[in-house]
Ligand binder design. Sequence first.
Ligand SMILES: [Zn+2]
Length: 449
Amino acid sequence: MNCILRGVRVIDPLARRDAPGQDVWLSEGRIIAIYKHMGEGSLPVIDLTPASGHAPVILCPGFIDIHTHLREPGDEGAETLHSGSQAAAAGGFTQVVAMANTVPPVDTPERVKEATFRAVAASVQVLTGCALTRGLQGAELVDLEECAAAGAAAFSDDGRNALSPRLLSEAIVRAAPLRRPILVHPEDEELLAQVNNVQGPVNRCSLRPVEAEARAVGYALRALTHAGRGHVHLQHLSAAASVEMVRRAKEEGATVTAEATPHHLSMWLPMATEPDPPALRKVNPPLRTDRDREALVQALRDGVIDCVATDHAPHRVEEKTLPYDDAAPGMIGLELALAVCITLGGMGGDWVPTLVERLTLGPYRVLGPGAGIREPRLRIGEAATCVLFDPEAEWTVEPSHLRSTSQNTPLLGAKLRGRVLMTLVDGALVHHDRQRLPWPVAAPSEPAS
Ligand SMILES: [Zn+2]
């Protein structure tokens, strides 16, 4: 790769830069220069200048997903580090945080070390999410200090929320000096057990009322207040009621942050038909009403919700073809996130720069620099970690094109707008649309003027 990309809009939220009509000189994984009207010398040029009335292709720092399930170890038939990181690259994500609910779960310093070591081979940076409680059972906190020292980027029992507000408060206090956020899956398990009339695990129960989320958000906010320090991050908000609680808490100065998923931002409302099997749309928390969707979109736009997170949840076919009430919850998201947010999630058109912020700087700030995450920034001359995408390019979600091992999404066959053309991680080309970016074969001999 040694060429000039002409006519690109460069967005770098951390540098407060949003510049259309730029020419970008790329060479061997580095951005050598960005400015207007670059003379090409002997360098080949790929002209990406949009036709009149169309939006330009965008270059920005690589996306960060703070909520990914990679299933390794324990369920490699659903996803591996390799396939999951390939899916991340195809979706423009250069850094992801893997959740701890693997088999076995990541809940000891040794397992944090193992997971971190295993992740070195991935094609994007995979940070290790550590459980908050042993076995995600909610009874006993993990050794937060030792797990952080071993490389844990954040703590979360995601998938479960079994710990008491008292224990959550203790965890917040202990995580504060470690500069790690506590990520909470806000669904109240007691209420879920009641409404579903079950005594065992509730993660496959299909009745999941708004009250279960609102109650869990309330507990988490009270635990944070009680702790008097630290940081709580609320995962996958799905309801207008909980958005309002977060809005009020932020106005009162609470150090709380929140995320929304592409599927909750869109709720798949434009889908005319029920997916087959129906469990393809089963997810925790569930897809709710258009009023909830509008509240989430508004909150993402105005910053009450800090970032988009995919909750990428691959499952084997047999887990999704079970009767609805027995099927596994969750859907894949890494490769679809950008296009779903643009096409169905209220973040297209003039909102695309905000979306870029919520996929880069937003999640970076949620995790914080203590977590070992890299600053999302376009740096001239350094090995680049960035993404190039076309916000208007249309594509159809074809199973054969997905790089994830699993294809559990209700959007198979859907037409979406927003396509990743290139992803670079530390200068390595990890995803590349060969049709739109035909790298020249011949090596150039002279630099650009
Ligand atoms: Zn969750």
